[in-house]
Design a protein around this ligand. Structure first.
Ligand code: FES
Length: 371
């Protein structure tokens, strides 16, 4: 009997490969864990090559090469080539401040398919302030020009929050000016380090509504020229986001040291143990590991979700958020208006939106495991 016959589980389509947690930026909304993994624990080239081959065999189609900053790995071109050899579509998710033209050409020659570039603001003042790096905005603009010059498709990604939420029209204009085909507007999610700064980042409900309108206006204005994807903020919402499109349904994350997670923030759920690619084949982890099976499907859901018509639309929301806000990862996401915690979360969002203006920058050296 195959794994999928045993569990009626479909193979994953996408894999986030977190090549390193090291990063030149210090964004306060970083959703990586508070305790980052150290360089000496990072998987080597040969192991990543094996993981990519196993991912393709498992059914994965796309690999997102991410971090931290994946370009800090000297072997990045070899890792891109390994994706190509495995038949995987490769997307580089980068801050774009440390890749020069020669390196970019090497990556393109290795077979890189796509670049996703983050902007912390739509203007130099905001980008440099949020990233805590003088000149970051200018470097990102120059990098974007190089990406299109070498013929790679470009997506811009903007994580928005109270500090840059007024810049949505400017982000749209920036994406068009830089030749991006796609713009992702993603509201900050409060996991990992971002949670430390929630009261400095949380927008008000009015700001969120305004942002939603500006995204819609941008879509209308640029129909056919720019695709705009928006990830809505959910603390102010009535329905939860279908986090990961369901736990263990479509994608997996591999951390720099090889732990395989159902979502980016899964390590915040303390009773789950995550299998490592050093000890298990990726297919065994996907189908058989207890962490992936913990919240798969709908059987684990509380009764109120079991009888909800949206149970296979919302998948009961986000497990990590449920744990963070209710103390129980098997609760429905309290963003849902049917949750007994819903009013509490809305009150918390309103309170945080009035919160302190100052945030704490993420600094790698201070927040590493065993440092
Ligand atoms: Fe972990 Fe949503 S971030 S399930």
């Amino acid at each position: 009997m195959t794994h999928s016959q045993a569990h009626d589980v479909q193979p994953p389509m996408g894999m986030l490969a977190e090549l390193t947690h090291r990063c030149p930026l210090q964004c306060p909304y970083c959703s990586n864990p508070v305790a980052l993994e150290r360089r000496r624990h990072e998987l080597d080239t040969a192991t990543w090559r094996r993981v990519f081959a196993e991912a393709a065999e498992l059914g994965v189609l796309q690999v997102h090469l991410s971090g931290g900053e994946p370009a800090l790995r000297p072997d990045l071109p070899e890792l891109v080539a390994a994706c190509v050899d495995a038949g995987l579509y490769s997307n580089l998710i980068t801050a774009g401040v440390n890749i020069d033209r020669a390196r970019l050409e090497t990556l393109a020659e290795a077979g890189l398919d796509h670049v996703q570039l983050s902007f912390q603001g739509a203007t130099p003042e905001v980008t440099d302030h949020v990233a805590n790096m003088t000149g970051a905005h200018a470097r990102k603009r120059a990098f974007a020009a190089e990406v299109t010059a070498v013929g790679l498709p470009l997506t811009l990604n903007a994580v928005i929050h109270r500090i840059n939420l007024h810049q949505i029209d400017d982000f749209v204009d920036l994406a068009v000016e830089l030749g991006a085909r796609r713009l992702e507007i993603a509201h900050a999610q409060y996991y990992g380090w971002a949670l430390v700064n929630r009261a400095a980042l949380m927008p008000s409900r009015e700001q969120v509504m305004e942002a939603v309108e500006r995204v819609e206006a941008g879509r209308e204005r640029l129909q056919g020229r720019l695709v705009i994807d928006a990830v809505v903020p959910d603390y102010h919402a009535r329905l939860p986001k279908p986090c990961m499109n369901g736990w263990g349904r479509q994608s997996l994350n591999v951390t720099p040291s090889g732990k395989v997670l159902p979502c980016h923030a899964a390590e915040t759920i303390p009773h789950l143990a995550f299998w490592n690619v050093a000890d298990h084949a990726l297919g065994d982890i996907w189908y058989d590991s207890p962490a992936f099976n913990a919240y798969r499907g709908t059987d684990w859901m509380p009764e109120i979700c079991q009888s909800c018509e949206r149970k296979e639309i919302d998948w009961a929301g986000c497990r990590c958020q449920a744990l963070m806000l209710t103390g129980d990862a098997a609760q429905m996401d309290p963003v849902c208006e049917k949750s007994p915690y819903h009013d509490e979360v809305q009150t918390l969002a309103v309170r945080d939106a009035l919160g302190v203006p100052d945030f704490t920058y993420r600094r790698f050296a201070r927040t590493t495991e065993g440092a």
